[in-house]
Design a protein around this ligand. Structure first.
Ligand SMILES: [Zn+2]
Length: 811
């Protein structure tokens, strides 16, 4: 029998009835060294405000025994993951002993046997998986202190939310770890990880910082430890100051674990999928990506953990806020000062893309039960949400925003809130009424279009109503030698559908300079020509990113030819020196060549891109970033020589070069075997798989297909993306068309479990190649019966994107 999903009404009823005083959790991991058994005894002390009433506790495992106030309960009464509790007293003590052997699928718990035979275990409970690990009232607004006692094999290290108070040998084998009480926390932000971790600690500004990884990548953790400690300390200082309250606990651990998709903001003990740590020398973009993760999860310590949404309908806000805060901290407190430019090219353009598809949805929506909590985890939730919060900061001014935040955290620490609490605090601090603003930005879909012409800025909305209120800047640039210089940045506020703007005469009026608002922008025709031809002459990374973003929007809406947009990107790359955008620009240029250009234009533009990237590689600090693109686009002997030289001490580049060689039909089996031998990365075999998948041959395609979509053994995240992108090579259309048809059959047959991982798999492996028949199949698949709604929305977005790519290619 499957476990029932808690409804909103049930959660409200239980929250009104109960106050949880504390959880004392005894967890036994000794059954995981050789087997699959996770055991727990939960002792829950709680009050009932209507003595005599009934409720239930969540217990989605095998309940061995249970007592309520000393009276035995019948484990046979557990149904659909719930144990009924009847005739409650005012003060109650519930004890539930529970086991689970389901530790292999990552639903709450994952046990991994590494390539060296060592065993690691992590837990990750959002939104309602804590009930699989121990009995609990698994909803965000029943917060309580948690105290953990963990029995683990002797050689293991255990990490949890707080520092261990004691570690002693257990009489019946192994060791027993006792952790200090947590503050009152929601059930989904606590954690127990264990294994023979490599541990590095440092003291920074009064914080006791810890880093952990599995032994097989300890060299990688050692290499990046200083970077990680630095950005962690910078983030703790920045957030502590801006939020008006320092993180209240000295201990802050970060644990890098195998095969976790993304990361999880457990209080004081963040877990990350260790795929985010690059296995070769990191590029600036790799380092920036890790820093964003660190700061995103850290922002959740305040926004999510300290103050928590009452119900999952505000989960979007939790994520949008953490994403906003991470870029805000990057730009203000770290070396990554161009982080807003990175955000625009690498992430915000994804939000625009999804927001123009028929599967778009408002940022906020109803969440009737927990099963729907993560249904909208996509670019709209994270990146549009982040962009809208950035617009809010501009709309009220940063000082008022900060004052509102500080009041919010002070008022609601260790409690739960709804969106109106945050909006109200910011409105109060700024003196601006935000009610209409909130409805406009959160409940309407699509991006407004803002057009400049005839002395006016005119806004239109995709739903035919008035555009949203926008606060933006227009940058005015004129030629000075071969550079475009900013003469002025003119602030504009649009409320209603038009506003008069007085701009100085200029060669380029860049609409949304500084990227403050979320909109499709159309500047005047002369400026558009300058923007497409000469964006590289703009003076800073963010203005160049706004130009590229504008050009990209013209491409995807069919208003500019792919060759013109390629010209814009190549012009920027010829001069680009900001490490924050070089790799995002190169990636976008490469995607443009592979997916959007008419095939007749591909060879020439691909070769030009490889040439430009080879020149970028000469610039200080950009070599690693640029050589990745050279490897993907390599067209001739000169590129090959450059790569051969560089790949001898860079395994990442060596894999990329091998993939390119395989794609071109060269035999690479011996080289793959040799590289596997010298690459210490425990996941190297998936890179070998990706190389074989690149070859224009059925065998490699079939092997990758099985690993990716049938056995699903490719680790979530970057490895899936890599294998998939090697599989779908644009020059192999004839070979791949039958596979594209097969992909839709495969997805239709996927088991429904593990929705988040299915969504991400569908998104990352969606066929980017096709013809009219594939497109018809794509539309049919998106409309088929029986597809879970979130997967359907990935299918609709994929079909819409494919249609736009095919249109651009045939232009
Ligand atoms: Zn998050």
């Amino acid at each position: 029998m499957s476990d029932r999903s808690l409804t909103r009404a049930e959660a409200e009823g239980r929250a009104a009835l109960l106050t949880v005083d504390r959880y004392d959790l005894e967890v036994d991991l000794r059954g995981l060294l050789e087997g699959e058994r996770w055991s727990s005894v939960a002792t829950i002390s709680f009050q009932c405000h209507e003595p005599g009433a009934s409720t239930f506790v969540d217990a989605a495992g095998v309940v061995r025994r249970a007592t309520l106030n000393g009276v035995a309960l019948d484990p046979a009464e557990v149904a659909e993951g719930r144990l009924p509790l009847r005739d409650l007293a005012a003060d109650n003590v519930l004890v539930v002993a529970m086991d689970t052997d389901e530790t292999a699928d990552g639903q709450g718990i994952l046990r991994t046997v590494d390539t060296d035979g060592l065993v690691y275990v992590w837990s990750s409970f959002e939104p309602d998986e804590a009930r699989r690990a121990w009995a609990c009232f698994d909803q965000p607004d029943l917060k309580a202190p948690h105290a953990f006692t963990v029995h683990a094999p002797t050689a293991w290290t255990v990490t949890s939310c707080t520092a261990p108070d004691s570690v002693v040998d257990a009489e019946d084998g192994g060791r027993t770890w006792r952790f200090a009480d947590t503050p009152p926390l929601s059930t989904y932000v606590v954690v127990v990880n264990a294994g023979p971790f490599h541990e590095i600690r440092a003291q920074r500004d009064g914080y006791d910082l810890g880093l952990y990884s599995r032994q097989s990548i300890r060299a990688v953790l050692e290499r990046d430890a200083e970077d990680l400690f630095r950005v962690t300390a910078q983030g703790l200082a920045f957030f502590g100051e801006r939020f008006g309250s320092p993180f209240p606990q000295a201990r802050y651990d970060q644990v890098f674990v195998p095969n976790l998709g993304g990361a999880m903001e457990n209080w004081g003990c963040v877990t990350y999928g260790d795929g985010i740590l690059p296995r070769s020398e990191p590029t600036p973009d790799d380092r920036s990506w890790v820093a964003v993760f660190v700061l995103h999860e850290m922002a959740h310590m305040w926004f999510g953990d300290l103050v928590t949404m009452r119900w999952w309908d505000d989960l979007w806000l939790n994520e949008a806020f953490a994403s906003f805060a991470s870029t805000w901290a990057m730009a203000n407190a770290t070396e990554f000062t161009d982080a807003w430019a990175t955000f625009l090219i690498a992430e915000k353009l994804v939000a625009y893309d999804e927001d123009m598809s028929p599967a778009t949805h408002p940022i906020r929506s109803e969440v009737p039960d927990v099963a729907h909590a993560t249904a909208n985890f996509d670019g709209i939730t994270y990146y549009k949400g982040q962009a809208v919060l950035r617009q809010l900061v501009e709309y009220v001014g940063e000082p008022a925003f900060v004052a509102g935040l500080q009041a919010y955290f002070a008022r609601h620490a260790y409690a739960n809130t709804v969106l109106a609490d945050l909006v109200g605090a910011v409105a109060e601090a700024s003196g601006r009424d935000l009610d209409a603003w909130t409805v406009d930005w959160l409940d309407r879909t699509g991006a407004d279009t803002l057009s400049l012409g005839g002395g006016e800025l005119v806004g239109t909305a995709p739903d035919g109503g008035l555009p949203r209120p926008h606060r933006l800047d227009v940058g005015c640039f004129s030629w000075s030698g071969d550079r475009l210089e900013r003469l002025a940045r003119v602030p504009v506020e649009l409320s209603g559908d038009r506003v008069a703007v007085t701009l100085p005469q200029a060669d380029l009026h860049l609409l949304n300079d500084g990227d403050l608002t979320y909109a499709a922008v159309r500047t005047d025709p002369a400026s558009t020509r300058t923007l497409l031809a000469s964006a590289g002459a703009l003076p800073d990374a963010l203005s160049r990113a706004v130009a590229v973003g504008t050009a990209w929007d013209l491409l995807v809406r069919g208003e500019a030819a792919a060759t013109d947009v390629a010209g814009c990107l190549l012009d920027v790359l010829e001069k680009e020196d900001s490490p924050a955008v070089v790799e995002p620009f190169l990636d976008r240029a490469f995607a443009l060549v592979e997916r959007w250009l008419p095939s007749a234009a591909q060879p020439e533009v691909r070769a030009r891109l490889a040439d430009v990237a080879a020149r970028v590689a000469e610039r200080p600090g950009l070599r690693g970033s640029a050589l990745r693109t050279v490897a993907g686009a390599a067209a001739g002997d000169a590129h090959r020589a450059l790569l051969d030289a560089a790949a001898s001490d860079d395994t990442d580049l060596a894999w990329r070069l091998l993939a390119r060689r395989a794609e071109l039909g060269e035999p690479v089996d011996d080289a793959v075997a040799a590289l596997l031998d010298r690459d210490p990365d425990p996941e190297a075999r998936f890179r070998a798989l990706a190389v074989r998948a690149s070859a224009p041959a059925e065998a490699g395609k079939a092997e990758a297909w099985t690993a990716l979509l049938v056995d699903r053994e490719v680790p979530a995240g970057g490895a899936v993306r890599e294998v998939s992108s090697r599989f779908w090579r644009p020059g192999q259309q004839e070979l791949l068309l039958p596979w594209a048809h097969r992909w839709f059959d495969q997805v239709a047959a996927m088991p429904p479990g593990g929705l988040l991982s299915t969504m991400s798999l569908v998104r990352m492996t969606y066929p980017p190649i096709g013809d009219d028949a594939v497109l018809a199949r794509a539309r049919e698949a998106a409309a088929a019966d029986g597809v879970p709604a979130p997967v359907r929305s990935m299918l609709v977005m994929g079909a819409d994107r494919l249609a736009r790519m095919l249109r651009a290619r045939s232009a």
